[in-house]
Design a protein around this ligand. Structure first.
Ligand code: DX5
Ligand code: ZN
Length: 219
């Protein structure tokens, strides 16, 4: 699966930018990745629930909301209630990640748990049984256009092994520095869903950039 990140899109034209990656049925973006930042959990500020609500009305692509915010226990369920398909919170920020996952699912969304590049996977394995997605950050969260950190692939391999042996049922997602040079290594390590911001929206033709990533994964 390919999830273009609108962090690198033109925020004044979000409906058009979503349409630009929709592509032909079955060929375009699987999810649209929406980076919510609060200037506290990360040193950057982007958008919040009102923009997500507008985007939900503007596109049929399922929204993958990545909440880089403090106190996700309080704020994340609102994104699920609004209709986001997948709502991902940070393990480093959640006070009660099990209860939070239950609340997200009860509100009708998939629940995602994200870990930063330096956060180990092991302490979260038991908690992940309550989640549908594991988002492994391959850059420090906060900004698009950073370089991929290959050392995080060890965590992806571990997660893949746990999924394949039936110890976990999560979809493994990677976020940060994914482009046609790095996507193959991530795919080999066992990633199911690839987030790409600058590689898609920095390209002249975003739909072609999505197709190019998909081709690389399948190669
Ligand atoms: C960074 C965000 C990413 C960002 C990725 O904190 O979580 O989703 O958009 O951008 P690229 O693909 O340019 O690294
Ligand atoms: Zn993200």
């Amino acid at each position: 699966m390919i999830a273009p990140s609108i962090l690198s899109a033109d925020f004044a034209r979000l409906a058009d930018e979503a349409a630009a990656v929709a592509g032909e049925p079955g060929a375009g973006a699987d999810w649209l990745h929406v980076d919510v930042m609060d200037a506290h959990f990360v040193p950057n500020l982007t958008l919040g629930l009102p923009v997500v609500e507008s985007l939900l009305r503007a596109t049929a692509i399922p929204l993958d909301c990545h909440l880089m915010i403090e106190d996700p226990d309080r704020w994340a369920p609102g994104y699920a209630e609004a209709g986001a398909h997948n709502v991902t919170v940070h393990a480093e920020a959640a006070a009660d990640p099990v209860m939070l996952a239950k609340n997200l699912r009860a509100a009708g969304a998939r629940a995602g748990l994200s870990i930063k590049p330096d956060t180990p996977l092991e302490p979260w394995v038991q908690v992940l049984r309550h989640y549908d997605t594991l988002l492994v950050m391959s850059v420090e969260p906060g900004f698009g256009g950073q370089s991929f950190r290959p050392e995080v692939l060890d965590k992806v391999r571990t997660a893949r092994r746990l999924v394949d042996t039936g110890h976990l049922t999560v979809l493994v997602e990677i976020d940060g520095g994914i482009n046609t040079d790095t996507v193959e290594a991530a795919a080999e390590a066992g990633v199911d869903c690839f987030v790409a911001g600058s590689a898609v929206y920095g390209a002249d033709d975003p739909a072609r950039a999505v197709a190019a990533l998909r081709d690389q994964v399948r190669a």
